[in-house]
Design a protein around this ligand. Structure first.
Ligand code: 3PG
Ligand code: MG
Length: 403
């Protein structure tokens, strides 16, 4: 991974710092239902306040498609942001560029914080427009990007703007990049990936990339059915992408070629329907009744995955192992999550997880705080697992000549 500047490399005293945050948090009836992203941003704002910077926070929220939409205003985030930074005042600018934004930023004294209205109210944001980036740049002296979870978007506040001002990664971005780096770029080996979720088709690139990186790959979730079925296992009425059979076989062949050991389910929890508390039973994978569905990996598979976890030093995890939203099909995911937490606590495993469903599953298991690192990113985490260059990360890279 390329080198990038951090807050430690910037002189921000008395300066206007344009801080790109990802405040795209879940909101219901005007109330933030999960403040994780706001809480994880707070240390960067506090570090900047500590350094007597004038902090100008900017973010997108939802997908307003270039038009001002009151339902997607950042106003409801003023209070949660204020709370996350110890009750300090947060000024608000009803537009993220132009006279209104300038007026609010101009009024800031060192150590004060302002929040700008939704960046995506302007078409120039998603278009990565140089003019829009210039209008933003007029509000700051330096640029700090703390929005890893939006780093897969080549938008003006993430890409073009970074080239117009001295740029650095904020604390959250720094933590994300260093966790991802120790998980896949320079991991302590052996390294294992745990990949779940419904479809092979949405994770083909991810699986291809991961197979070239890890020593062990354990696959669960309905995507495992596709791989099993491609190798001739009858999966009954389970969710299975039969048209992906060739791709599935190629992946397994690639794994053999790359000496990546693949763990597929050897048993499953099956049921006739996916409903809370429905009757279930465990079946060996070659004995799945034709009228039943695989809805979770079985206890033998959990044991096999646990034994593999005992042997490895690094884990990267994306995707639940079963239909975890519907208990009891959360059991394997929860059991493995607890195992990962215990090994991490014991200091024998570095564990990194990310993706919306995975984070939700870890919360169900009650171990979110116990993994080495849980990413705040969804799409960006997946693209990183596909080995893609993220525009937001690339924009922060310091050329070799400047190091
Ligand atoms: C996210 O929530 O994944 C990021 O904020 C990116 O949002 P987007 O998918 O609307 O670009
Ligand atoms: Mg998204």
């Amino acid at each position: 991974m390329a080198k990038f500047r951090t807050l430690d490399d910037l002189d921000v005293r008395g300066k206007r710092v344009l801080l790109r945050a990802d405040l795209n948090v879940p909101v219901k009836d005007g109330v933030v239902t999960d403040a994780t992203r706001i809480e994880r941003l707070a240390p960067t704002i506090e570090a900047l306040i500590e350094k007597d910077a004038k902090v100008v926070v900017m973010s997108h929220f939802g997908r307003p498609e270039g038009r001002a939409d009151p339902a997607l205003s950042l106003r409801p985030l003023i209070a949660p942001l204020k709370k996350a930074i110890g009750g300090r005042d947060v000024a608000f600018a009803a537009d993220c560029i132009g006279e209104e934004a300038k007026r609010v930023v101009m009024a800031l004294r060192p150590g004060q914080v302002a929040l700008l209205e939704n960046l995506r109210f302007h078409k120039g944001e998603e278009a990565n427009s140089p003019d829009f980036a210039q209008a933003l740049a007029e509000l700051g002296d330096v640029y700090v990007d703390d929005a890893f979870s939006a780093a897969h978007r080549a938008h003006a506040s993430i890409a073009a703007l970074a080239g117009l001002l001295p740029a650095a990664a904020g604390r959250l971005m720094e933590a994300e990049l260093s966790a991802l780096n120790s998980a896949l770029d320079r991991p302590v080996r052996p390294v294992m990936a745990l990949v779940g979720g419904a479809k092979v088709s949405t994770k083909l690139d991810l699986l291809r990339f991961i197979i070239g990186k890890v020593d062990v790959l354990a696959i669960g979730g309905a995507m495992a059915n596709t791989l099993l079925s491609a190798e001739g296992t009858e999966v009954g009425r389970s969710l299975c992408e039969r048209d992906m059979a060739d791709n599935a076989r190629h992946l397994l062949a690639l794994a053999r070629e790359r000496n990546c050991r693949v763990i597929l389910p050897e048993d499953a929890v099956v049921a006739a329907e996916i409903a809370p508390g429905t009757a279930t039973r465990a079946a060996l994978i070659d004995a799945v009744p034709s009228d039943m569905m695989i809805l979770d990996v079985g206890p033998k598979t959990v044991d096999r995955i646990s034994a593999a976890l005992d042997e490895v030093r690094t884990l990267v995890w994306n995707g639940p192992l079963g239909a975890f939203e519907t208990p009891p099909f959360d059991q394997a995911t929860v059991a493995v999550a607890k195992k990962v937490a215990a090994l991490t606590r014991a200091g024998s495993l570095l564990s990194v997880a990310g993706g919306g469903d995975t984070v939700a599953a870890l919360a169900v298991a009650g171990v979110t705080e116990e993994l080495s690192y849980v990413s705040t990113a969804g799409g960006a985490f997946l693209e990183w697992l596909e080995g893609r260059e993220l525009p937001g990360v690339a924009a922060l890279a310091v050329p070799d000549s400047d190091r």
